[in-house]
Design a protein around this ligand. Structure first.
Ligand code: G1P
Length: 293
């Protein structure tokens, strides 16, 4: 039987320069999609997949993320006094149980691979999930939950993949497609940010991973790759020599909230998926679009 995936790592140390000036004081992971911070959606996806322990790799000026996952005693008391049961229930439902979160800091911005390595002591010697909070995945069954199902069948390392236009390939990690396996395929090769025209396929790494602990041993070597950063993809390429990697095409919609247009699209999509907001919001949208014609 494959070892159970109990822990998830969330790298949240990024500076968020694309969202300045907001990110001068607000971490990009705390920007809201409708009325929930970006990070909440990703944590929801992990919890839905059965994850029991949430590990956040933070950085300077990210303390508010830790506060967000704590009880706000004063706020709770005020809501109780005012009889705001709906709001209280909402907060209670989102609050991770005491002792199920850990926070550590990536002291220097040395790359995604380095951020993951910073979590090594908290992860220990067991397979783990990794979720990049820039990517918000919308589907009836979450992306990580879909990957967990595949993992039961295949074991090994699993990466969520999607297809992109060939000219977008150099913005991502790209995988080579091998034989069918589980609900996806065996990965034959990987390359981080390939030079234009050199990508082995148009399947890009879309931000969800199930990884075996040996990845930490490779990351410990701290070798730099594309962009002068310690790349997770490079460590996965090294591990591919010893272990199987599988690509799982995600059945759902992904929003790249690292870009302004993706973040705005996510806001529209999630608002339209909310019964309490959709009718009024749809009317507003129609008016805006009509006025621009
Ligand atoms: C990272 C990964 C890359 C992946 C991407 C998905 O890149 O290194 O392989 O395709 O996330 O968003 P970054 O966005 O940090 O440049």
């Amino acid at each position: 039987m494959n070892a159970r995936i109990r822990k998830a790592v969330f790298p949240v140390a990024g500076l968020g320069t694309r969202f300045l000036p907001a990110t001068k004081t607000v971490p990009k992971e705390m920007l809201t999609i409708v009325d929930r911070p970006v990070i909440q959606y990703v944590v929801d996806e992990a919890r839905e997949a059965g994850i029991e322990h949430l590990i956040f790799v933070t950085g300077r000026n990210k303390g508010v993320i830790e506060d967000y996952f704590d009880v706000q005693t004063e706020l709770q008391a005020t809501l109780e006094n005012r009889g705001k049961t709906t709001e209280l229930n909402l907060l209670a439902a989102d609050l991770p149980e005491a002792g199920t979160t850990s926070f550590t800091r990536q002291q220097l911005p040395l790359g995604l691979g380095h951020a993951v390595w910073c979590a090594r002591e908290l992860v220990g010697r067991e397979p783990f999930a990794l979720l990049l909070p820039d990517m918000i995945m919308q589907a009836p069954k979450g992306c990580l939950a879909q990957m967990m199902e595949m993992y039961e069948e295949t074991g090994g390392n699993i990466i969520s993949v999607e297809q992109c236009e060939p000219e977008r390939a150099s913005s991502y990690g790209i995988v080579g497609v091998g034989e069918t396996a589980g609900s996806g395929f065996r990965i034959t090769e990987m390359v981080e940010k390939p030079a234009p025209g050199t990508a082995p396929s148009n399947h890009f790494i879309s931000g969800r991973y199930i990884l075996q602990p040996e990845i930490m041993d490779i990351l410990a070597r701290q070798e730099t790759g594309a962009g002068g950063e310690i790349q997770l993809t490079d460590a996965m390429i090294a591990l591919l020599a010893d272990q199987a990697f599988y690509g799982m095409p995600f059945d759902g919609q992904t929003y790249d909230c690292g870009s302004k247009s993706g973040f705005l699209a996510a806001n529209v999509a999630y608002a339209l998926a909310r019964a309490d907001i959709a009718p009024a919001f749809q009317e507003e949208l129609k008016k805006i679009i009509a006025a621009r014609r």
